[in-house]
Ligand binder design. Structure first.
Ligand code: ATP
Ligand code: MG
Length: 198
C-alpha cells in the first residue's frame, strides 16, 4: 500500500520536473525579435558556401568510415546575415540526425543553392524516416519519433534548430517516408546587393 503511494508520489514529482523543463526550454527558445540583441543574436555577413563546406567537412572527417557525406553547391558565393554559432547548431543537428538515423554505409547529401534572394539548404538521407503520426510533433522539444528504438537523443535538436532558423528570418521543414528516408530543407534570406546603373 505505502509503496504504491510512494511510487505515485515519485511519478508526480517526475511529471512536475518534466513540466518545469518544458517551460524552461520554451522560455529559452521563444526569443522575441526585440530581445534578439540582448540574448546574443549576433549576425554578420557570411559566405554560406565556405561556411557550410567547413561544417560538412568536419562530419566527413569524423564519419568517413560509416557514411558517405556529399557536399553539393553549384553557386560561387552566397552572402547571408548569419549568427555563425547559432546556425551551426542547427546545421550540425540536421547532419548529425541524417547520420544517426541512417544505416552504416548510407549516403548523406548536403545541398546548397540559390533561388532569387533565398538560399536553400537541404540535408538528405536514406535512413529510417519519420512515421506519419510523429510528423506534426517533430519540432516540439523532447519529442522523439516512435521508430528511434535505442538510438540516443534528447529530442531537443530540432526545436532549437527551428528557433535558430526563424531568428534568421528563415524557414525549416521536412519531407519523409518511413523506412525510406528524410529530407530537411532550410530557407534563408540572402543579402542581395542592388547593382547601381551607370
Ligand atoms: P538531440 O537532442 O540529441 O538532437 P534527437 O536527435 O533525438 O536528440 P531532434 O534532433 O530534435 O532530437 O529530432 C527529433 C526526432 O525527430 C528524433 O528523435 C527522430 O525521431 C526524428 N528525426 C529527426 N531527424 C531525423 C532523420 N533524419 N531521420 C529520421 N528521424 C529523424
Ligand atoms: Mg538530433
Amino acid at each position: 500500500r505505502e509503496r504504491e503511494e510512494e511510487k505515485i508520489q515519485y511519478l508526480d514529482n517526475i511529471n512536475i520536473q518534466v513540466d518545469h523543463l518544458n517551460e524552461m526550454v520554451s522560455d529559452v527558445m521563444t526569443l522575441s525579435k526585440s530581445e534578439r540583441t540582448e540574448q546574443g543574436f549576433d549576425p554578420e555577413r557570411v559566405d554560406l558556401i565556405t561556411y557550410c563546406r567547413d561544417i560538412v567537412e568536419t562530419f566527413q572527417i569524423n564519419h568517413y568510415h560509416t557514411h558517405d557525406i556529399q557536399f553539393d553547391c553549384p553557386d560561387k558565393i552566397l552572402i547571408a546575415e548569419v549568427d555563425r554559432k547559432l546556425l551551426r547548431r542547427a546545421l550540425t543537428n540536421l547532419i548529425g540526425n541524417a547520420i544517426k538515423y541512417s544505416p552504416e554505409g548510407g549516403v548523406v547529401a548536403f545541398k546548397l543553392w540559390r533561388d532569387g534572394s533565398v538560399a536553400f539548404v537541404q540535408v538528405i538521407d536514406s535512413g529510417i524516416g519519420i512515421p506519419e503520426k510523429d510528423a506534426q510533433y517533430l519540432f516540439n522539444a523532447f519529442h522523439r519519433a516512435s521508430n528511434v528504438n535505442n538510438l540516443p537523443g534528447t529530442g531537443l535538436g530540432l526545436a532549437i534548430a527551428k528557433q535558430a532558423v526563424e531568428l534568421h528570418d528563415g524557414h525549416i521543414n521536412f519531407v519523409s517516408v518511413a523506412d525510406r528516408g528524410t529530407t530537411f530543407t532550410i530557407e534563408l534570406p540572402l543579402v542581395v546587393e542592388l547593382k547601381r546603373e551607370i
